[in-house]
Design a protein around this ligand. Structure first.
Ligand SMILES: Nc1ncnc2c1ncn2[C@@H]1O[C@H](COP(=O)(O)OP(=O)(O)OP(=O)(O)O)[C@@H](O)[C@H]1O
Ligand SMILES: [Mg+2]
Length: 323
């Protein structure tokens, strides 16, 4: 990994001037590059930020927790690149304490926005979208090949289209060719098991959840949300269901055909049952509902904490997510 010259003082200044409600308006402005379900990715302070994409993690309560997270973050990145054979953009993390809060900033080389899956699918012709889908399935297969061969490790992955980017010459004016190479971006939730034991503390997922919902999420969703990333078939369903969110519903039947052909021909050794339209639809309805409720509840929590109890709210939330 090339060395990064991170301007720690810039990050501290950014943090001191940050209003999580208006991240773009601080003394050192942040420019939002993308929203995930849980976190926000942004550039900091234009040129001074050094062409990096940052993800701010304000979730740690004590140093031990941060140390544990940093260890598994690096191990997950290493497993994916060295063992599985995925390509991840050059990356790293820095952590520090500012204003009594423990912070970790993950960073990655900033990629052209149009090269990222959820943008690229709107820019290339339909046959190339289907090809991109197949290339993603091939990357995913590497994970399950590794899992089958490994006695000690089991790796989970979030295959969403927004977690992949076209690399190299296909990135600038996006095009998908059979030889196109993909980058995997979303390594901030290190999902892997060592001798059957989940390495991430699932409680960390709950940190940014509103306190009035924590018990409910723990009870209803946590186990499902974590385990689905270890199931090839469910990861494929999740990826297909993404095209609803991307307003490309018309492509879903073709994507299901593509996936089932892939499972029958290229990945027949995994004996994955064909995916049906009904499953994709009901999965999407449930998933969209979970995340919409979740974001709504977090906004209510933010309102309580900034306006009513005035205890302060440290997370940057997406404005509105089109579904
Ligand atoms: N290196 C990068 N360069 C440019 N944009 C990026 C980069 N990494 C992420 N993004 C943008 O930010 C979005 C969210 O990033 P990512 O998938 O890593 O986070 P996330 O989905 O919020 O993660 P999680 O679901 O674990 O919270 C991406 O879909 C992409 O649009
Ligand atoms: Mg993501």
């Amino acid at each position: 990994m090339p060395g990064f010259d991170i301007d720690l003082e810039l990050l501290r200044e950014f943090e001191r001037g940050l209003d999580p409600l208006h991240p773009e308006a601080g003394a050192i402005p942040a420019h939002i590059l993308g929203y995930g379900e849980i976190s926000t990715v942004f550039e900091i302070g234009a040129e001074r930020g050094g062409d990096l994409a940052y993800k701010r993690m304000p979730i740690f309560r004590e140093e031990g927790e941060l140390g544990g997270y940093r260890r598994i973050y690096h191990e997950y990145n290493l497993l994916l690149t060295q063992q599985v054979g995925l390509t991840i953009p050059p990356h790293g993390e820095v952590s520090f304490t500012e204003g009594g809060r423990i912070l970790c900033f993950l960073f990655q080389e900033k990629l052209p926005p149009q090269s990222i899956g959820n943008r690229a699918i709107h820019l290339v012709p339909e046959p190339e979208v289907l090809l991109l889908f197949r290339l993603v399935m091939r990357e995913l297969r590497k994970v399950w090949e590794f899992n089958r061969a490994s006695e000690r490790f089991e790796i989970g992955i979030d295959g969403q289209i927004s977690n992949w980017a076209l690399a190299g010459p296909d990135a600038e004016a996006p095009q998908v060719r059979p030889e196109s190479r993909l980058l995997y971006l979303d390594t901030s939730t290190p999902l892997y098991r060592v001798e059957g034991e989940e390495q991430i503390d699932p409680e960390l997922f709950l940190r940014s959840a509103p306190s009035f919902l924590v018990w409910l999420i723990r009870l209803l969703f946590l186990k499902d949300v974590v385990t689905r990333y270890y199931d090839f078939r469910l990861v494929a369903i999740d990826l297909i269901a993404n095209f609803y969110k991307e307003q490309m519903k018309g492509l879903i039947p073709a994507l299901i055909r593509e996936a089932n052909d892939f499972f029958a021909v290229e990945a027949s050794d995994f004996k994955v049952r064909p995916i049906t339209r009904k499953e994709v639809d009901s999965y999407y309805r449930e998933d969209a509902l979970i995340w919409r409720l979740y974001l709504g509840a977090r906004k209510a929590d933010r309102f309580l904490r900034t306006r009513v109890t005035r205890t302060g709210y440290p997370y940057i939330l997406p404005d509105r997510v089109e579904r």
